[in-house]
Ligand binder design. Structure first.
Ligand SMILES: [Zn+2]
Ligand SMILES: [Zn+2]
Length: 312
């Protein structure tokens, strides 16, 4: 039965490992019904390249992304009898340049991008998920306010960026909603009233246009006790009638389905009883793309699939 809406491979992403085909073969082996291939969009400024990308250029990232789409569609066709592959992308929003390029990329590539995972990985142009010291540099970059107010400012900026992204592109999947507290999983948004309002605003908006919130198992790998998002966000989403979809956010074949065995207990604990997933549709959705959200039938918690792969 299960699905993943979010993955990477070492073939097209320098901080991942393995070929995209090996990722797909592993998903087939584990019995995934649907698996989403969603490489990061290119970044467009030299300054935004990661250390492991030395030797690359923004132009080579763009070439790499185009090659990703070719390969993903080749695999989709090749393995269509064994697995449903959806081809998408994961967004970046570092500066306005990224949103402008995302718009032209979507226009240029049309239906080859079947859906979008809407994610934010930067605040004030600085990565928030690279390592703790870089995160702290992002917090410290809010020079216009006092030291003790900077954490709140970072969270507000993160959720404002997420909101802008959702407004412009209506991503079908909201990627790791609360990545902004990666290094502080015990942080609660309700301790920051201004942040909490933005969290609620974003959730309301996403639900209105029909987005699915990703339950992203990669958080367990990052030493969280929960998936993304943590309980406080799940509670708001559920209260407002929002829907969830599964992702492993794998960065190579070794991480396909990784920690999915921990999801049923989490789902049960937070009261999620329905799982949704994307499938191809003949009717354009609100963003004009040809996918729709479908509810998984039956008992999603009792399925043997969950034990297929345990923690590594
Ligand atoms: Zn991400
Ligand atoms: Zn990702």
């Amino acid at each position: 039965m299960p699905h993943s809406h979010h993955s990477h491979s070492g073939q097209f992403c320098k901080h991942a490992v393995g070929s995209l085909e090996d990722v797909v073969l592993e998903a087939i082996k584990q019995g995934f019904d649907m698996y989403g291939l969603t490489e990061h969009v290119p970044r467009y400024r030299d300054v935004d390249l990661y250390p492991e990308e030395s030797g690359l250029s923004p132009a080579s990232l763009s070439d790499q992304f185009d090659r990703f789409l070719d390969e993903a569609h080749r695999l989709k066709t090749l393995y269509f009898e064994q697995i449903v592959l959806l081809v998408g992308l994961e967004t970046e929003y570092i500066t306005e340049v990224d949103l402008a390029h995302l718009g032209t990329t979507l226009q240029r590539l049309g239906g080859r991008i079947e859906y979008i995972v809407g994610s934010i990985h930067h605040v004030n142009g600085i990565p928030i998920d690279f390592d703790l010291s870089t995160y702290q540099r992002a917090v410290a970059s809010f020079l216009e306010v006092k030291d003790e107010d900077r954490q709140e400012r970072l969270l507000c900026a993160y959720f404002d960026a997420q909101y802008a992204l959702m407004q412009q592109f209506k991503p079908e999947i909201i990627g790791h909603f609360d990545l902004c507290r990666l290094y502080y999983p015990a942080l609660r948004f309700s301790d920051y009233p201004a942040v909490y309002e933005k969290v609620k605003r974003n959730i309301t908006f996403a639900i209105q246009y029909g987005a699915l919130f990703e339950l992203n198992a990669a958080a367990f790998r990052k030493k969280w006790d929960t998936a993304y998002p943590a309980e406080d966000v799940v509670e708001i989403v559920l209260r407002q009638g929002g829907r969830f979809a599964l992702s492993d956010d794998s960065h190579g074949p070794h991480a396909v389905g990784l920690n999915y065995h921990r999801l049923p207990a989490y789902l049960k604990c937070v009261g999620i009883s329905e799982i949704w997933f994307l499938q191809a549709s003949s009717t354009p959705n609100t963003a004009g793309r040809l996918v729709e959200a479908v509810k998984l039938d039956g008992d999603c918690l009792g399925h043997a699939f969950w034990n297929a792969k345990s923690a590594q």
